[in-house]
Design a protein around this ligand. Structure first.
Ligand code: ZN
Ligand code: MN
Length: 468
């Protein structure tokens, strides 16, 4: 039996107005290369960095949300290495006094969370000889989170990364989109038969959540096969090949970096004043795990439904708002109309839930009518679409034209009698045992009522009359 030990190193680009140490714009979507640059982020001689306050506050918020200790004072250090995407020849990072220490997420203990700067982006020419450097990304604020080696499987690692992404989005400190490189997950993995940790392998170039799971699962398997063959697992860095679905060796221990960390002489230590700490605490919203639990108990939703709603804090807020406005509607029915009908309108318009053309109040009043049986579900869906198109409320549309469902037995009875008299053949067939004839008669009645009849009631009345 092999024991798998996994630790994660996760980088996330912070959502600030400007870069980490200069006033250049932080715009990860900028397509024109080298537009958001200045002498500071290009590392011209003699320039001085200044610390981005919002970036520091973002990391502190992450620490507060994860139950960590906030390192104050904390300091910056230079991490020295050479690579063409690193203009200074060193990265300003944090070494022995990070901003955030300890804490936990999903039962996994955290080692630290620190603040540093991103590198430039290299673009390799199609001739295979030339490379280009785009410094727009150089010195964007970057968060690095390191976990203890507490993770036991690919699934646990996947869940951890997903939950962290959700928290970063709840805190609004990062969009954390893996496909866009805003969040980068680097697992280190070792497999051992004894309690002694085996040599670890670090994985890089993982660009999606599914790849996190696949790459770890592949690597665990590979290491077990190596050990089974009586060989030793080499300590190295391996890349993930998404096409071949396998890891490959990139760098072995022999040429591992010695970063020669030194304290950054151009930046003062960071101290967080007590009043700022207090105001940051107040800004921490209810976290996704707590919200999920509360949604299950408060609204009697199941775990999957609670997860669907809380996957976006604004969707969750919309749901709660609609619930506080409703009269008869159950949370269950509001969930259905919100997540299947309204969300598909929102998504197909390329909008966010906060930009929905139907307010939570309007959705609540529509679902109230559907719950009361005044509107059948097809009519309710039609109405929702028209509310979306016109921006009007349920009541406003209904008062313009009567599309409410007819649930008045008197009116329905008249129709039922008329349909029975006009269709003797179907009546006879039904009495001979042909069940579908009943459906035919109900359909006829619906047609005459222009779809507004209450189908359950109609069926009941037909059964009563046909039994006579
Ligand atoms: Zn700059
Ligand atoms: Mn880093």
């Amino acid at each position: 039996m092999y024991k798998t030990t996994i630790g994660l190193e996760i980088h996330a680009e912070l959502k600030t107005e400007s870069k980490m140490f200069c006033s250049c714009k932080n715009d990860p979507d900028e397509k024109t290369p080298n537009l958001n640059i200045c002498p500071i982020c290009l590392a011209h001689p003699g320039v001085l960095p200044t610390i981005n306050k919002k970036a520091v506050e973002s990391i502190v918020k992450v620490g507060l949300a994860l139950g960590s200790k906030i390192g104050s004072p904390s300091k910056f250090d230079r991490k020295n290495y050479f690579y063409p995407d690193l203009p200074k020849g060193y990265q300003i990072s944090q070494y022995d006094e990070p901003l955030v220490v300890g804490g936990s997420l999903n039962g996994v203990k955290l080692t630290r969370v620190h603040l540093e700067e991103d590198t430039a982006r290299l673009q390799h020419g199609s001739d295979g000889k030339s490379s280009y450097v785009d410094y727009n990304r150089a010195s964007l604020p970057l968060m690095e989170l390191v976990t203890n080696p507490d993770i036991k499987s690919a699934d646990e690692a996947y869940d951890f990364a997903k939950e962290l992404q959700l928290i970063l989005r709840y805190l609004e400190v990062s969009d954390a989109d893996m496909e866009k490189g805003q969040m980068r997950v680097e697992p280190n993995i070792s497999v051992s038969k004894t309690d002694k940790l085996g040599d670890k392998v670090e994985l890089k170039n993982i660009n999606s959540f599914s790849a996190v799971k696949n790459a770890i699962a592949y690597e665990v398997d590979r290491q077990i096969k190596v050990l089974e063959a009586g060989e030793k697992v080499k300590q190295e860095t391996r890349g993930w090949d998404e096409t071949k679905m396998e890891t490959f060796s990139q760098r072995t221990k022999e040429n591992a970096h010695d970063y020669r960390y030194i304290p950054e002489p151009d930046l003062p230590p960071v101290e967080i004043p007590a009043e700022i700490m207090e105001s940051l605490k107040i800004e921490i919203p209810e976290l996704p795990a707590d919200k999920r639990k509360r949604f299950v108990s408060e609204y009697s939703l199941n775990d999957d439904q609670a997860s669907t709603l809380t996957a976006d804090r604004y969707l969750a807020a919309y749901f709660e708002e609609a619930n506080s406005e409703k009269e008869k509607a159950t949370p269950q029915l509001i969930f259905n109309y919100l997540t299947s009908d309204l969300l598909s309108l929102v998504n197909s318009a390329g909008l966010k839930i906060t930009e929905s053309k139907i307010s939570p109040q309007h959705l609540a009043s529509l679902v109230d009518l559907a719950e009361a049986g005044t509107l059948n579900s097809r009519k309710a869906k039609d109405l929702l679409k028209r509310m979306w198109d016109t921006g009007l409320s349920t009541e406003e549309i209904l008062s313009q034209e009567d599309i409410t469902q007819i649930g008045d037995e008197g009116v329905l009875k008249e129709t039922v009698v008329r349909i029975i008299e006009a269709n003797p053949k179907a009546v006879e067939d039904y009495r001979k045992g042909k069940e579908v004839s009943l459906q035919f008669l109900v359909g006829k009645a619906m047609g005459e009522l222009k779809g507004r009849g209450n189908p359950e009631l109609l069926k009941k009345l037909f059964l009563e009359y046909l039994a006579k």
